[in-house]
Design a protein around this ligand. Sequence first.
Ligand code: ADP
Ligand code: ADP
Ligand code: MG
Length: 447
Amino acid sequence: MFSRVLVANRGEIALRVIRTCRRLGIETVAVYSEADRGAVYLRLADHRYCIGPPEVARSYLKIESIIAAAEVADVEAIHPGYGFLAENARFADVCRSCQIAFVGPPVEALSLLGDKVKAKALAKKAGVPVVPGSDGPVADDKAALELAHKIGYPVLIKAAAGGGGRGMRAVHNDASLVTALAAARAEAQIAFGASAVYIEKLIERAHHVEIQILADAHGNVIYLGERDCTVQRRHQKLIEETPSPVLTPKLREAMGRAAVRLVKEAGYVNAGTVEFLVDKDLNFYFIEVNSRIQVEHPVTEMATGLDIVEEQLRIASGEPLRYRQKDVNPTGHVIECRINAEDPDAGFAPRPGRIVTFFPPAGDGIRIDTHVHSGYEVPPQYDSLVAKLIVRGADRMDAIRRMRGALDEFILDGIPSTIPFHRRVLDHPAFLKGEHYTKFVDEELME
Ligand code: ADP
Ligand code: ADP
Ligand code: MG
């Protein structure tokens, strides 16, 4: 195992990784931008280095600065968290050339899966069902129209390099397809630096169900069950739970096996997530792989008792998996609510600012992942996530009741947050019956 690790991230996930390192006796090196100078969680690291000004391009995304800190601190490994450089193949490549272990997949798997078009082709090759659509990036308007006629409207235009819920456009007819295509290309170029787009059938009233996997460097791959992330706004997750209210044991096993086949085909190593959509007839379709730890990983940790960050570090240091598929037995029902500094009534617009009082719920079956506290100033430059509230119950209804209680207890004054929104979802009949779908918040709840 490593003796010193740099955490190339900020906020709750940086703290989350530091916690596991401390428990494992690994020394930690934190990095921070000027906007995070003095942040309380940085005190829990053994060493900390300022890597630049608040703008991400000059700090958390600046490979040179992070590598410089890693060299000065003489670390053996870098944990990238999620977002920022976590899925950046060039960063993983630079780490490799500096002989620093990147706690994530090999460069080749990262570049392959970072391109959603290539990832879909790979899934097909591994015998994993994919959403019907273009076999590659769409070449021109003519090809797009032909394809849309073949698969039938509505269709979705997606950026090959997309992520974070961005770069998607639903299209309902020929007239809007051509204009949407041009707009999507332009947007993708600006947002992701690559204009390639592809077309998929728009799966209506779908559940988003993803499979957490662990793969070691010795060819062993296991899945840790699923997370249902159907409660979303603008393609971004707000609530995640396990087990999924729509999966049967048979479907779970089929999806788990499909995920394992796919990551084996990709030569993937470390923790990762294979995302699927499940339609109302319970057909499942691969959409993408997230080649990193995910925001919602604690849901799986609470259900399985595993520490995914520990497994990531062990895998990156070359250890074989300590579990076989039969050793993984998730129990109970776990729900996570993302507490964001956002105003749900203003289209979930970010509302950074000073938190006056922060008093999170606690007690049996409650986990809070956060870096904030009373008096903390949420900086405007970064993600609006301030806390993750994860609750475990005996079954789904028990978990929902406990989550309602935890949200009612949660005191967060000074800035608007998603707490009241979550409370509304947890009372909504569609959610209670598991009959919600990925557009349910946008189309029904907020109407
Ligand atoms: P998860 O599936 O783990 O919830 P998200 O899609 O919510 O993943 O992304 C996790 C984090 O990474 C968020 O902070 C999100 O803003 C960021 N992120 C993901 N992909 C991108 C991307 N392509 N560009 C910028 N930020 C991204
Ligand atoms: P990102 O990289 O931004 O996470 P994904 O491909 O994972 O993009 O899709 C994010 C979300 O967008 C999904 O959870 C789902 O709500 C929606 N989505 C993606 N593809 C489709 C599709 N073919 N049909 C319907 N909804 C989709
Ligand atoms: Mg996704």
